[in-house]
Design a binder for this molecule. Structure first.
Ligand code: FCB
Length: 446
C-alpha cells in the first residue's frame, strides 16, 4: 500500500535558514563589535570543545557561493539574520556602513538569483556593550532595538519584502537569562521574565519602526512552539504539562494575539515593568507568524516518580522524531492566529555523518519527508501555511554544541570550508521544483 502524493501550491515558499553568528565568522571584520555570543563562547566551559563562531562557515566571505547553492537547489527564499554588532557596534548611535554593506551585497546577490530574502533582525547576538549596560531585562534595550530595526529596514526595505523581528524570544529569555545555559548566561527567574516582556515590547516597537520606513514590507516574529504532552493521565502530570505550555508557548503567543500573559505566581517580580500601552504594542497586527518546529516535550510532574523509559525514535541530537507534532503545533497556533499567514521558519535534524560519505543522509531525508507530509496534511485542513524553511542550509555553529551537531542539507568541511550538497538537499530540491511530495510505501513509517 502506498500513501498518496501530497502537493503544494506553486506560490508556496521553499527556503533554507541560517543565523548570523552560526555561519558568518569574520567576527573582527569591518568594524563589527563583540556580541554576547562571542563573549559567552569564549568563556571556558560554555561550549562543546570550546568551539566559537569566530570562523564558522565563513559565510561573510563565501556568501556568493552559498547563494549559488540555494539557487542550485531550486529554493526560492533564504532566511538569514543580521548581526546587530555589525550594524551599530555601539548598540546605539553611529551606524557602521561597512557592516550594513555586507547585508546589502547579500540581498542584491539573492535578488539577482530570484531568491527572496527573509531577514531576521535578532537571532540572539546582542551587542555585548548593551548586555554590560543591563541587557534585555533593561527597558533601554527596547529603545536600542527599535533604533537598530529602523536602520536595517531603512537600508534594506526597498528590496526586502519580509522582516522577522525576533527569532525564538522564549529561548533568549529562558535559556539566556533564566537558566544561564545560553548567552549571556544569567541565572535569575525575574531577569528571564523581565527579558521576555522587553523582547515582546521591542518586537512591537520594531514593527512600528519597520512599517514607518518600509511600508510595503511584511513583518512577523518567529516562535519556537513545542507541544507539551502529559506523560500520563494523572492530574499532576496534566497540570505540569499545562503549566509548561503556559510558561513557554502561551507566554509569547497569548500576548501577541491579544490574550495577555498567562497568570504566574505573585512572588515573581516583573509585572511592575509593564507600562501603559505595552500590551497594545505587543498585539499590534503583524503580517505573518513564523513557527520553528523540531520535536515535542513529554512532561512528567516532578512530584511523581519517573516512569519507565519508553523506546522512541530520536535524531542524532537526541530529539524525538515526532512529525505529528508539526500538525499539533499548527492547530494550536492557528486556534489563536486564525487566517494569519504562517511559515515554518525552521525544521530539520542533526545526525552524525556516515564516515564513508557525509553527503549520504537517509535519516535526514526521512525526517524531512515525514515532516513535510505532516505539513501538507495540516495545509489540507485549511491551516494557512505559506512556506517552509529547512534548518539549515549549512552545517554550522550549533550554539553550546559547537560544531558537534550538523543540521545542514549541505555538508561543510570546516577545515577547508568545502560545501557538498547532501542527499537531503537533493530531496528538498525535488520537492521544491515539483511542488510534490512523492508517495512512499507506508511501511517506511508514514
Ligand atoms: C533553533 C535555533 C537555530 C538552531 C536550531 C537547531 O532553536 O533557532 O538557531 O540552533 O534550533
Amino acid at each position: 500500500m502506498t500513501m498518496p502524493d501530497r502537493s503544494f501550491p506553486t506560490d508556496f515558499v521553499w527556503g533554507a535558514a541560517t543565523a548570523a553568528y552560526q555561519v558568518e565568522g569574520a567576527v573582527h571584520e569591518d568594524g563589527r563589535s563583540e556580541s554576547i555570543w562571542d563573549r559567552f563562547a569564549h568563556t571556558p566551559g560554555t561550549t562543546f570543545h570550546g568551539d566559537t563562531g569566530d570562523v564558522a562557515c565563513d559565510h561573510y566571505h563565501r556568501y556568493r557561493e552559498d547563494v549559488a547553492l540555494l539557487a542550485e537547489l531550486g529554493l526560492g527564499a533564504y532566511r538569514f539574520s543580521v548581526a546587530w554588532p555589525r550594524v551599530i557596534p555601539g548598540g546605539t548611535g553611529p551606524v557602521n556602513e561597512a557592516g550594513l554593506d555586507f547585508y546589502d551585497r547579500l540581498v542584491d546577490e539573492l535578488l539577482a538569483k530570484g531568491i527572496a530574502p527573509f531577514v531576521t533582525l535578532y537571532h540572539w547576538d546582542l551587542p555585548q556593550v548593551l548586555e554590560d549596560a543591563g541587557g534585555w531585562p533593561l527597558r533601554a534595550t527596547v529603545d536600542a532595538f527599535a533604533e537598530y530595526a529602523a536602520v536595517v529596514a531603512g537600508r534594506l526595505g526597498d528590496r526586502v519584502r519580509h522582516f522577522v523581528t525576533f527569532n525564538e524570544p522564549r529561548v533568549v529569555a529562558t535559556l539566556g537569562y533564566e537558566d544561564g545555559i545560553f548567552a549571556p548566561g544569567r541565572h535569575d527567574l525575574d531577569d528571564g521574565l523581565a527579558a521576555a516582556h522587553h523582547l515582546l515590547v521591542a518586537h512591537g516597537r520594531a514593527v512600528q519602526a519597520i512599517r514607518a520606513v518600509a511600508p510595503d514590507a511584511s513583518v512577523g516574529i518567529v516562535l519556537d512552539i513545542v507541544p507539551k504532552q502529559s506523560a500520563s493521565t494523572e492530574m499532576l502530570d496534566l497540570e505540569s504539562a499545562a503549566a509548561a505550555q503556559e510558561r513557554h508557548d502561551r507566554w509569547f503567543l497569548d500576548p501577541l494575539t491579544g490574550r495577555g500573559y498567562p497568570p504566574d505566581p505573585p512572588e515573581n517580580s516583573w509585572r511592575h515593568l509593564i507600562r501603559d500601552g505595552d500590551l497594545e504594542l505587543i498585539t499590534a497586527p503583524i503580517d505573518f507568524l513564523g513557527v520553528n518546529y523540531y520535536t515535542r516535550d513529554i512532561v512528567r510532574s516532578p512530584m511523581l516518580p519517573p516512569l519507565p523509559a519508553v523506546e522512541r525514535e530520536k535524531t542524532g541530537f537526541g530529539w524525538e522524531v515526532y512529525p505529528e507534532g508539526l500538525g499539533e503545533v499548527l492547530r494550536f497556533v492557528a486556534s489563536r492566529t486564525g487566517d494569519l499567514p504562517l511559515y515554518i521558519t525552521e525544521n530539520g535534524a542533526a545526525y552524525p555523518d556516515h564516515p564513508s560519505d557525509p553527503t549520504h543522509d537517509p535519516e535526514r531525508v526521512r525526517y524531512l519527508r515525514r515532516h513535510l507530509a505532516a505539513l501538507a496534511d495540516a495545509r489540507s485542513t485549511g491551516i494557512p501555511v505559506r512556506g517552509y524553511f529547512v534548518w539549515s542550509l549549512l552545517d554550522n555553529f550549533e550554539w553550546i554544541f559547537g560544531y558537534s551537531q550538523r543540521f545542514g542539507i549541505v555538508h561543510v568541511d570546516f577545515a577547508t570550508q568545502e560545501r557538498r550538497v547532501r542527499d537531503s538537499g537533493r530531496f528538498l530540491e525535488a520537492v521544491a521544483r515539483s511542488g510534490r511530495l512523492p508517495a512512499e510505501p507506508s511501511t517506511a513509517g508514514d
